[in-house]
Design a protein around this ligand. Structure first.
Ligand code: SRM
Ligand code: SF4
Length: 571
């Protein structure tokens, strides 16, 4: 197998199904192509590499130049390390920082799913990079691909029984849901090829893995900092009065990817499925994945996520299918109540006499740029004090286990490297997220990470002028409708439609429990502050006590907002 064109496509199924089925459990020709002196892998390997946590990309900023010179694209790879619950040891942090300097583009990207991404790695350096990540006891296996992705969890490093028990459950889920193939070790770590007459078995995923990516998160009762409603499988840990895990609420079928002008693709929030006991959570997670494995659409990848399986068959059918496969009775889901989302930034006690500090990283990009040297600064702190590092779902970094006596040293190092204390960061900036988009993402139709910093500061100024500077409003920007920064769950979402233009979405809520809706299509980025300013003014005048911006929008409705916008245009 060398290229998609060589494959006879499995009857009625998508090309990817053939690639997976004939890959010998994700091996394909990756090992052979690694040895070839070429800048890029072939099409089939490109798909299989995702399961190994690697995306083939090209530098889109250099496309024009390459075309003008009659050259090929500037091929490069992105590596995604899977980091359950976002917990990174100091050694693993240093390993990633080293790779970013030696083989990647000199930056480290914290993702919205608590992973690290390294961009700009060349094919010749990929094996060394993967090996270095594994030497630091992390893996990229399952970072991408049609399998269970990174299992997220609220990253707050509180030292109590509840948090410890939840993390134990997550570790068990990770073990259960990680692919068992030996391909990863053989290809990247020069593991021994086991010659046996017994066929290799992938007990959960079998020959064809899942129809599509599958995402799970674990929230702790009351705090939706991990955006429960965006997930295929969302698990909410509930506590007893004395701080033990009482059980887990289980929700299914959330997903945010959609395609412009294809109404058959849609955004969905996860719906409550059941409540299970602590010792049943791994079993229920496994069987939710197994039902999706068996019934997900393998013909049309645009219709293959769990949200479509549930939309097609119904939630009751789905619950029955899961019930048939587990040996215990699924209990009815319990109602959920959320406190205001906590982004865990700033200094806090962690319950064992030590402190943690949440540090704001703009759009998750750890880099040395214009006055902010977060790469060097974080490296110095981690090397000197060896805190545990935790990545948040808002693309920020927590340093945990700090001796209170070391707090002044951490603060001094932060200041020396231009890393701002959270108190001085405008709320609009603090609550904003953008996906990478151009130049690395091949699917981007507009800028995001490079466009949001300018826009968000203009919006912060507007809010300040109106006396709303302290208001917590979430702003999320994505460079295409796939929704990697979860724009549809923010108070305000900006979804790229073409270079320089965005669909402006309004009416979500700060706690991420409700989808926003399209308010104004295709707005040039330069016009967004003027579009939103009158909304903020009317919000200030007409809000109820403690009412957030998104909730106010939802209450007053788009008709009145459009009247406000029209009045502004004729004024
Ligand atoms: Fe995403 C594809 C980046 C979280 C929905 N996402 C991509 C790719 C890999 C582009 C590609 O397929 O070629 C992007 C790589 C860009 C780059 O250069 O780094 C990409 N997604 C990201 C990250 C890095 C954004 C970020 O700002 O951090 C996030 C990595 C998470 C991780 O560590 O695993 C990221 N992506 C998300 C989320 C948010 C979430 O999961 O909480 C979503 C929406 C939730 C969902 O999945 O429904 C998301 N990404 C997508 C989709 C649309 C999926 C769909 O069902 O239609 C794609 C495209 C696809 O899969 O075909 C996509
Ligand atoms: Fe790329 Fe679109 Fe995801 Fe942004 S939202 S990273 S542009 S796929």
């Amino acid at each position: 197998m060398s290229d998609l064109t060589d494959l006879s496509v499995l009857d009625g199924l998508s090309k990817n199904e053939t690639i997976k089925a004939t890959s010998n459990h994700l091996r394909g020709l990756i090992k052979e192509e690694l040895l070839e002196d070429t800048p890029a892998f072939g099409d089939a390997s490109e798909q299989l590499l995702k399961f190994h946590g690697i995306y083939q990309q090209d530098d889109r900023d250099r496309r024009k130049e390459a075309r003008a010179k009659g050259l090929d694209k500037h091929h490069q790879l992105m590596i995604r390390t899977r980091i359950p619950g976002g917990v990174v040891s100091p050694d693993a942090y240093i390993a990633h920082d080293d790779i970013s300097r030696r083989w990647a583009n000199g930056t480290l990207r914290v993702t919205t799913r608590q992973d690290f991404q390294l961009h700009g790695v060349l094919k010749g350096d990929i094996k060394k990079s993967i090996r270095a990540i594994n030497d630091a006891l992390l893996t990229t296996l399952g970072g991408c691909g049609d399998v269970e992705r990174n299992i997220m969890c609220c990253p707050e490093p509180i030292a109590d029984r509840f948090h410890a028990d939840v993390h134990r459950s997550i570790a068990a889920m990770v073990t259960e849901l990680t692919p068992k193939t030996g391909a990863y070790h053989e290809i990247w770590l020069d593991g021994e090829v086991v010659e046996t007459s017994e066929p290799e078995v992938e007990p959960l995923y079998r020959e064809q893995y899942l129809p599509r990516k599958f995402k799970t998160t674990v929230a702790l009762e009351g705090d939706n900092c991990v955006d429960v409603y965006a997930h295929d499988l969302a698990i909410v840990a509930m506590r007893t009065a004395d701080g033990a895990v009482r059980g887990f609420n289980v929700l299914v079928g959330g997903g945010l990817g959609r395609t412009h002008n294809k109404p058959e693709t849609f955004v969905a929030v996860a719906q409550p499925l059941c409540f299970v006991q602590p010792d049943q959570v791994v079993g229920v997670a496994r069987e939710v994945v197994a039902v999706q494995r068996d019934f997900g659409d393998r013909a049309n990848r645009r219709h293959a996520r769990l949200k479509y399986t549930i939309a097609d068959h119904g939630l009751d059918w789905f619950r029955d299918e899961v019930q048939k496969r587990v040996a215990f009775q699924l209990q009815p889901p319990e109602p959920l109540a959320w406190k205001p989302v906590d982004d865990h930034l700033g200094w806090h006690e962690q319950g064992d006499g030590r402190l943690y500090v949440g540090i704001y990283i703009e759009n998750g990009r750890i880099a040395d740029v214009e006055g902010v040297r977060s790469r060097t600064g974080l490296r110095r702190i981690v090397e000197e004090l060896r805190p545990e590092v935790r990545l948040t779902a808002q693309q920020n970094v927590i340093l945990a286990g700090i001796d209170p006596a070391d707090r002044p040293r951490v603060e001094r190092l932060m200041a020396e490297h231009g890393i701002a204390a959270v108190e001085v960061i405008p709320q609009a900036v603090r609550n904003a997220m953008a996906c990478p988009a151009i130049p690395t993402c091949g699917l981007a139709v507009a800028e995001a990470e490079r466009a949001l910093p300018g826009l968000i500061r203009r919006l912060a100024t507007v809010l300040d002028e109106l006396g709303l500077g302290a208001e917590r409003i979430s702003f999320r920007m994505s460079g295409c409708p796939n929704g990697c920064s979860r724009p549809y769950l923010g108070d305000v979402g900006f979804v790229g439609t073409t270079l320089g233009k965005y669909d402006v979405m309004l009416g979500g809520d700060f706690n991420g429990t409700r989808l926003n809706r399209l308010f104004a299509p295709n707005v040039p980025i330069t016009e967004i502050p003027a579009l939103l300013r009158p909304m903020f003014e009317t919000f200030r005048a007409g809000r109820r006590p403690d009412e957030g911006f998104g909730n106010w929008v939802d209450r007053v409705g788009f008709d009145s907002l459009r009247e406000i916008a029209a009045a502004e245009r004729t004024a």
